[in-house]
Design a protein around this ligand. Structure first.
Ligand code: KIV
Length: 271
């Protein structure tokens, strides 16, 4: 039996109200129970179980290899650690692009097996049929435009998107199409700040930015980057709030030294 009162949980309706009131939305990624609990206890509003787990958890150079079952494993752990945050889960590459029926089946599997609250799909007008079918079943969907990492091979890298007028206009019309299809929010990744601000003004649903300036309705970052665990990843948009790589490395070196010198365990640390 759950001890969670439903009205304590952040909902998609609440996120839309926050935009209407001008309250900025905070989102961070999480991939495991322990981190999810810390972030949730600290007051984060949305926990994104990103397919960036493929990068920061599994060590791949793109998000493409992660599977539906692996996303469910991460998402169910995060859900167990989150008593207030809305848990949003990425649908992985290959699980939703082909047609609405496959997308629906994958979406239902993730929702049933992870107990998450919403799903995120990358893409614009081309995935509107999938979004309509999934939202018709009562599953909230967040869109993702701009740098959509699952398309890295088509883009040829992880650079800033929609710098030219044609791509910027398509991005705006995609955002409107996603809102009309029923999305409750859209993540915009690595697009010019002015464009992100325009998108936010064009739609009533929250626009959550990553590397897209402060004209968005909220921000999302990868938690490993925020905490300084990812040593060599230093994009312009990233602010490190800690340098955990160095902190952990220092602690581990101290542990190694203590064991080697028989300082650990001492008399008080044994039975
Ligand atoms: O997978 C992820 O972490 C994401 C964020 C970068 C928005 O989609």
């Amino acid at each position: 039996m759950s001890h969670i009162t439903p009205n304590k949980r952040i909902t998609t309706a609440r996120l839309k109200q926050m935009k209407a009131k001008g309250d900025l939305i905070t989102m961070l990624t999480a991939y495991d129970y322990t981190m999810a609990k810390i972030l949730d206890d600290s007051g984060i509003e949305v926990l994104l179980v990103g397919d960036s787990a493929a990068n920061v958890f599994a060590g791949h150079d793109t998000t493409l290899p992660i599977t539906v079952d692996q996303m469910i494993y991460h998402a169910s752990a995060v859900c167990r650690g989150a008593s207030q945050a809305l848990v949003l889960v990425d649908m992985p590459f290959g699980s939703y692009e082909e047609n609405a029926t496959d997308a629906f089946n994958a979406a239902v599997k993730i929702m049933k097996e992870s107990r998450a609250h919403a799903l995120k799909l990358e893409g614009g007008v081309e995935i509107v049929p999938q979004i309509k079918k999934i939202t018709a079943a009562g599953i909230p969907i967040c869109g993702h435009l701009g740098l959509t990492p699952q398309s890295v091979n088509q883009f040829g890298g992880f650079g800033v998107r929609a710098k030219d007028q044609g791509e910027a206009e398509k991005l705006i019309s995609d955002a409107i199409a996603l809102e009309e299809a029923g999305c409750f929010a859209i993540v915009v990744e690595k697009i010019p700040a002015e464009l992100a601000k325009t998108v936010s003004q064009k739609v009533a649903i929250p626009i959550i930015g990553i590397g897209s300036g402060n004209g968005c309705d909220g921000q999302v970052l990868v938690v490993n980057d925020v905490l300084g665990l990812t040593k060599d990843f230093k994009p312009k948009f990233l602010r490190n709030y800690l340098n955990l790589y160095e902190e952990i490395s220092g602690a581990v070196k101290n542990y190694i030294s203590d064991v080697k010198t028989k300082d650990y365990p001492n008399k008080n640390e044994q039975y």
